[in-house]
Design a protein around this ligand. Structure first.
Ligand SMILES: Cc1cc2nc3c(=O)[nH]c(=O)nc-3n(C[C@H](O)[C@H](O)[C@H](O)COP(=O)(O)OP(=O)(O)OC[C@H]3O[C@@H](n4cnc5c(N)ncnc54)[C@H](O)[C@@H]3O)c2cc1C
Length: 432
């Protein structure tokens, strides 16, 4: 039996493994994936549960090819190695700057803020290629994905003009300052306080936790309680405010929290009488809940919600192609089918963003099934390989398995747990 063409399996219209395609010196043949036309899309408008198909974007395929070529040459030059979950743990400012120079950050933003006025589908192609290659993208990831769009929507002209071009250049990094030691899912219960002093500045006290990459970043968009809660069941949503806090200000302490593999990615950030200039209010005082909800929609909608462990699947696919073991091939087939279906759903979200829709319910659903898939990849592969996971191994599969396993507790928690997402979907459908 001939060896299955792994590249074709994993890369019908995306997901190439740059190292593999470099070795083969051949583009993967396209699988016959049906591609909707513009009129199909018009005929099938989105509803809360039904997203219209994503039309094929020539521009997205063009930039995809450019990114693959770039990644292949960077891998060849040894500037990075493939790892699992690099959008959390792969911090490399030099790599982020290279992406900025190529116009692959701030892609959808207006050019007057350093952006490139490209489509969400083009941005999607860039991000999925970077994730599929396990490239070190964590330094800029939050700023490019959600802080920049948040500033575009709610920032003052001065905030946008000063900060957005630096994000687009890959030089300015952000963190999400939402969770606290006793407030995660129940975000409205946060206790970090901000009061105005006589000069009109904010004085901030409290602490944030699980703050990814605060020790490498410049700003935290921080949710604080600025005013008392209102009355009634949703009263706690009132009196919350977002502040743009420079992480180098006096009174801020950043304490590391290590994850299972010993890596330092997230932190506790303590604010002790930190004086934040009054003009660093983001949006409106008291509108923090509404703004955070919009920010979370960006946080939940991207391909990183099902691709964190893809480098493990690629390493496993190489093994299965070598051994031709029937159990391994069946596992590879099952996981690849799920991957392709998830990708179609996720692409539809990018296309919906291009149409100006707010696909927050589908994004919550895709994140739920996507992060479950990230964990299932590990469990299914472990059942059919005789490989001892090891972070220090020279074997790509053993290393990817160890990395994926040790990061796994976070996949279904970060950005809102799956239980919370299901509650959001139920509410959106009028079921609660
Ligand atoms: C890798 C990683 C990176 C992170 N990075 C950041 C960051 O940069 N910035 C930031 O602000 N936060 C960050 N977080 C925090 C993340 O947003 C929270 O962990 C998450 O919102 C859950 O909150 P919690 O940990 O307090 O758990 P809890 O809210 O205490 O939940 C514990 C369990 O109870 C369940 N549960 C809670 N409430 C309900 C309910 N109403 N119905 C059903 N089940 C419920 C949850 O689903 C969960 O299983 C990160 C988390 C991880 C794992």
């Amino acid at each position: 039996m001939p060896a299955p063409d792994l590249a074709a399996l994993m890369a019908p219209r995306g997901f190439s493994d740059p190292a593999a395609s470099h070795n083969q010196q051949q583009a993967a043949p396209a699988l016959p994936v049906p591609c909707p036309t513009e009129s199909d899309v018009d005929a099938m408008k989105s509803s809360p549960l039904t997203l219209a198909p994503a039309p094929r974007s020539e521009a997205a395929e063009k930039v995809r090819a450019e990114v693959r070529e770039f990644l292949t040459s960077e891998l060849e030059a040894g500037t990075f190695e493939t790892h699992v979950d690099t959008w959390l743990s792969g911090v490399d400012p030099a790599f982020s700057k290279k992406l900025g120079e190529r116009g692959w950050l701030g892609m959808t933003w207006p050019s007057k803020y350093g952006g490139h006025e490209r489509t969400a589908q083009e941005r999607y192609a860039v991000t999925e290629e970077l994730l599929a290659a396990g490239a070190p993208v964590a330094a800029h990831w939050i700023a490019d994905r959600q802080s920049g769009p948040n500033l575009l929507r709610y920032g003052t002209e001065r905030q946008r003009a000063e900060i957005l071009p630096r994000i687009a250049a890959g030089e300015c990094y952000f963190v999400i300052g939402m969770s606290e030691p006793d407030s995660g899912s129940d975000l409205a219960s946060i206790r970090t306080r901000a009061t105005r002093n006589q000069a009109g500045d904010w004085v901030v006290n409290g602490s944030k936790v699980w703050t990814s990459n605060a020790h490498h970043s410049h700003y935290a968009i921080t949710l604080v309680r600025s005013d008392p809660p209102g009355e009634g069941p949703r009263g706690r949503h009132q009196g919350l405010t977002q502040l743009l806090i420079d992480l180098s200000l006096p009174g801020i302490t950043i304490n590391p929290i290590r994850i299972l593999d010993g890596g330092h990615h997230f932190n506790e950030v303590v604010f002790d009488d930190v004086v934040v200039p009054g003009d660093m209010l983001l949006g409106e005082q008291g509108a923090g809940w509404h703004q955070v909800s919009a920010e979370l929609a960006f946080e939940r909608s991207g391909p990183e919600r099902f691709l964190s462990t893809l480098p493990l699947l690629v390493a496993f696919g190489r093994l299965a192609a070598e051994t031709l073991d029937p159990a391994q091939l069946a596992t590879l087939g099952r996981l690849s089918a799920r991957l392709l279906a998830l990708r179609q759903l996720s692409l539809r979200i990018a296309a919906a963003l291009d149409r100006g829709e707010l696909p927050d319910l589908p994004a919550a659903m895709v994140k739920d099934v996507g992060t479950t898939f990230e964990v299932d990849i590990i469990d299914e592969i472990r059942r059919v390989v005789d490989v001892v996971p090891s972070l220090d191994s020279d074997d790509a599969l053993a290393r990817a398995l160890a990395e994926a396993q040790l990061h796994a507790p976070g996949y279904t928690l970060r950005g809102g747990t799956n239980e919370i997402l299901r509650g959001i979907v139920a509410r959106g459908l009028g079921l609660r």
